[in-house]
Design a protein. Structure first.
Length: 278
């Protein structure tokens, strides 16, 4: 076993050094726009608190609470999980520096978070296997499986859930979304392949598949399960090619501006991006 489980504080302490580790979120930011990557991870420009991301954070905390108890053989009712989410709402709001327009907006988001978790737990199959991994931060050295080259930098990631399905281990990721529909696999390939790599290094097993469990923020919350096949050699070849290109960019400081549809949702578009391009 060459992987290690790391504590959250250690991950935060190391997060300021772009050469300390690689993560799926860093790779995806760099792929979307190297300049946005530089602003966030090199220059340390902070994004304004996002209410949508905060709802996702609360949903993750509720599901983590449920599955950690389930690991111990205890199935918490949805109402109890929501009560525990309520108890940590105000401390997490303060921690994130989140501000609401008024009390009605806060109540709406609080209710939305609870409704999403309640919908998920209500629809959860009664025979879902006991999880083997819950919200775990993992680390493994990046060693190319095709030529044995150690790239000299570890891969870090947080795996939300692993359950033993009838076919074998299933690596699961929770996502909140504003709309329904199957996530396009190519949009999540880096993340899915990174999780598969970490899982294989940690367990010595091959995943039976990967699954994105989407909690849809519609008026009546919907839950969707999207299953993807186990990663193949082609996935890992592409992944290591991306990692090498990323490391080359770090060496060259090649943080170019990459305009696209993502610009409309970029936290830096109105200020830091314009200043960096001036």
């Amino acid at each position: 076993m060459i992987s290690t489980v790391i504590e959250g504080n250690e991950l935060q302490e190391r997060s300021t050094d772009v050469r300390a580790y690689i993560s799926p979120s860093r790779l995806n930011t760099w792929l979307r726009c190297p300049l946005a990557f530089k602003l966030r991870y090199v220059d340390g420009v902070r994004s304004p608190p996002s209410k949508s991301m905060f709802v996702g954070k609360m949903v993750h905390s509720g599901l983590e609470c449920f599955y950690r108890h389930k690991q111990l053989g205890v199935t918490l009712p949805a109402g109890v999980v929501v009560q525990r989410m309520d108890a940590c709402w105000e401390p997490l709001v303060a921690e994130d520096g989140l501000e609401f327009k008024d009390s009605a907006e806060e109540v709406k988001l609080r209710t939305q978070s609870a409704s999403l978790v309640t919908a998920y737990l209500t629809q959860l199959p009664a025979n879902e296997p006991t999880p083997t991994t819950v919200e775990t931060k993992l680390e493994a050295p990046l060693v190319d499986p095709f030529n044995g080259e150690d790239l000299g930098i570890p891969l870090l990631g947080v795996v939300d859930l692993v359950v033993d399905s009838d076919d074998g281990p299933l690596v699961c990721d929770f996502k909140t979304s504003a709309r329904s529909g199957s996530p396009v696999e190519i949009m999540h390939e880096v993340q899915l392949t990174a999780y598969a790599y970490l899982f294989r290094q940690l367990s010595g097993k091959t995943e039976a598949g990967l699954e994105i469990r989407s909690l849809i923020k519609t008026k009546v919350p919907k839950i969707e399960y999207h299953r993807y096949a186990a990663r193949t050699d082609s996935h890992f070849r592409r992944f290591f090619q991306i990692v090498r290109q990323y490391l080359d960019d770090l060496d060259r400081a090649g943080f170019v501006y990459r305009p696209g549809f993502g610009c409309t949702m970029c936290d830096f578009r109105d200020g830091p991006c314009i200043a960096a391009l001036a």
